[in-house]
Design a protein around this ligand. Structure first.
Ligand SMILES: NC(=O)c1ccc[n+]([C@@H]2O[C@H](COP(=O)([O-])OP(=O)(O)OC[C@H]3O[C@@H](n4cnc5c(N)ncnc54)[C@H](OP(=O)(O)O)[C@@H]3O)[C@@H](O)[C@H]2O)c1
Length: 344
């Protein structure tokens, strides 16, 4: 088999496809032949050596990747719930950029026949992030007003779809005009092309009392405005800091330091007076919560089958071209999700 290996933190050309021996499952393990692997923004940060949980849980050399869809290729002793050939969808804490992954059965769910491998490969991280931010922390419900940035991207599209399916009203923000239609098609009621100086006023036109939930993965560039835009009882959900990272393959440490220093620190006294809350999370540190993962995924797949939500649009790249996929994602111009595919 082949897998992507990053020998040391680097740019787009540091993602190298290397041959490796086929893994054998030990007792209680399952080997999955991956057909599609999700590309997430965190993979790019991990490639640069800036993703704390990658350094902590995987180390170097690093094979990135959190999510995949494929077929069971082998099962170890004691695994009775899965058989060779089963279509599955699953998660792993790093290591998914590979033709074969070895996981435990709890990390896998059956993949419904109605979902193609390509779309399944890029489904989980975006939808689990959106679900956790929107419903678990954000407590969004019918009638809630929701503001989400990068509304045409992976997580942003999933937020639009889930919020709409729940009867919440979404104002999406996108970085450029070619993303407007895509975000509207995901269920945003209105979409703005981001203009930092106009954002607050335009958002207040949509919801004069402010927003019940604001989902922000930009960091310093928008966090203060996001906080100001909370309605009473509103919740700001912080789940990324994209604006710290440059569009190039290597980090710009000056930009990183500057944006770090500009990241707002919120005052609890003000939060008490305004009745607002700030939440933050990183799913890679929730990886052991496999019961929560399985319950949420079961509900998400049920919603796909009922037609309430749909898998995200994907652009596919061969596994060997993972560097090109990273370059596209970091350009900030993509819509929907990117997947790496293994042709059979
Ligand atoms: N905390 C968690 O557990 C968790 C889980 C998944 C994702 N995330 C975070 O959620 C965000 C979205 O992730 P995703 O994988 O779904 O990606 P994505 O939104 O599909 O793609 C990235 C988008 O972010 C925006 N962006 C802002 N600054 C950028 C920069 N410096 N370089 C490139 N893009 C930039 C661009 O959209 P616009 O120009 O339209 O804004 C771009 O299209 C990321 O910050 C990621 O780290 C967090």
């Amino acid at each position: 088999m082949n897998k992507i290996v990053i020998r040391r933190p680097g740019g787009f050309d540091s993602l190298l496809l290397e041959p490796q021996p086929d893994p054998e499952p030990r007792a209680g393990e399952v080997v999955v032949a991956t057909r599609a692997i999700g590309v997430n923004y965190a993979d790019c940060i991990a490639r640069m050596g800036l993703y704390k949980s990658a350094n902590e849980f995987a180390g170097w050399p690093l094979t990135p990747g959190f999510e995949f869809a494929g077929e069971v290729a082998a099962v170890g002793e004691g695994v009775s719930e899965l058989s060779v050939g089963d279509r599955v969808i699953g998660v792993t804490r790093f290591g998914a950029y590979s033709e074969r992954v070895v996981v435990e059965p709890a990390q896998l769910l059956p993949l419904p026949a109605s979902i193609a491998f390509e779309q399944a490969g890029a489904f989980q991280v975006a939808y689990l992030t959106a679900w956790y931010g929107l419903f678990v922390l954000g407590a969004a419900k019918a009638g809630s007003t929701v503001l989400v940035y990068s509304a045409a991207g992976g997580v942003g599209s999933a937020v639009c779809q889930l919020a709409k399916s729940e009867g919440a009203r979404v104002l999406g923000v996108v970085g450029s005009a070619h993303k407007l239609e895509h975000a509207l098609a995901q269920g945003a009621e209105r979409v703005l092309v981001q203009e930092p100086k106009k954002l607050a006023a335009q958002a207040r036109e949509f919801s004069p009392r402010g927003f019940d939930v604001v989902l922000d993965a930009n960091g310093a560039t928008t966090l203060r405005t996001s906080f100001e835009l909370l309605a009473p009882m509103g919740r700001l959900i912080v789940y990324g800091f994209s604006s710290m990272i440059s569009h190039g393959g290597k980090p710009n440490f000056l930009q990183l330091l500057w944006r770090y220093l500009c990241t707002p620190r919120f005052n609890p006294l003000e939060m008490v007076d305004r009745n607002v809350a700030v939440f933050a999370f990183n799913l890679s540190y929730l990886f052991d919560e496999l019961t929560l993962y399985r319950e949420t995924m079961t509900e998400l797949l049920r919603r796909v089958e009922s037609g309430a939500i749909r898998p995200l649009d994907v652009a596919a790249y061969p596994l060997a071209e993972a560097g090109r996929a990273h370059q596209a994602l970091q350009s900030g111009q993509t819509r929907g999700k990117l997947v790496l595919v293994n042709e059979r």
